[in-house]
Design a protein around this ligand. Structure first.
Ligand code: RB5
Length: 143
């Protein structure tokens, strides 16, 4: 199950992504927000992070205007690895190397066509599982 969350700056792009996921038959839970009315992105970042840490969802997509505030918030949670991606190279690399479990996007940064390809890459690239990458991911969790 995929968790979706956004603020007002990411609402329109989230709607586009939902259309795409529906077409592909990919199941998701939408944790809001539900309009372009101004809201606070941490609320939605936290809902998505908690759904992943509880095991309800496996991965998430978070969208705010830039993708920055919402990814910073999600990354405060131990076990969440949120990657802000503006291209497919980074989306692929963050799955292969960082085993990222959240994709962050900027609704005011990427258009729907590019976002679709980034989502596709993120969802279809497995973690490499290589020891050096596992070791680095383990090191993220300690200060
Ligand atoms: C909201 O205006 C904007 O600050 C937010 O969507 C995001 O870009 C924050 O990082």
């Amino acid at each position: 199950m995929l968790a979706l969350g956004c603020d007002h700056g990411g609402y329109e792009l989230k709607q586009e992504i939902k259309k795409y996921l529906d077409e592909k038959g990919i199941a998701y839970l939408d944790f809001g927000c539900d309009s372009t009315e101004a809201v606070d992105y941490p609320v939605y970042a936290k809902k998505v992070a908690r759904s992943i840490l509880s095991g309800e969802c496996e991965k998430g997509i978070l969208i705010c205007g830039t993708g920055i505030g919402i990814s910073i918030t999600a990354n405060k949670f131990k076990g969440i690895r949120a990657a802000l991606c503006t291209d497919c190279f980074c989306a692929e690399a963050t799955r292969l190397h960082n085993d990222a479990n959240v994709l962050a996007l900027g609704g005011r940064v990427v258009g729907p066509g590019l976002a679709q390809k980034i989502v596709d890459t993120f969802l279809n690239t497995p973690f490499s599982g290589e020891e050096r990458h596992r070791n680095r991911i383990d090191q993220m969790e300690t200060e």
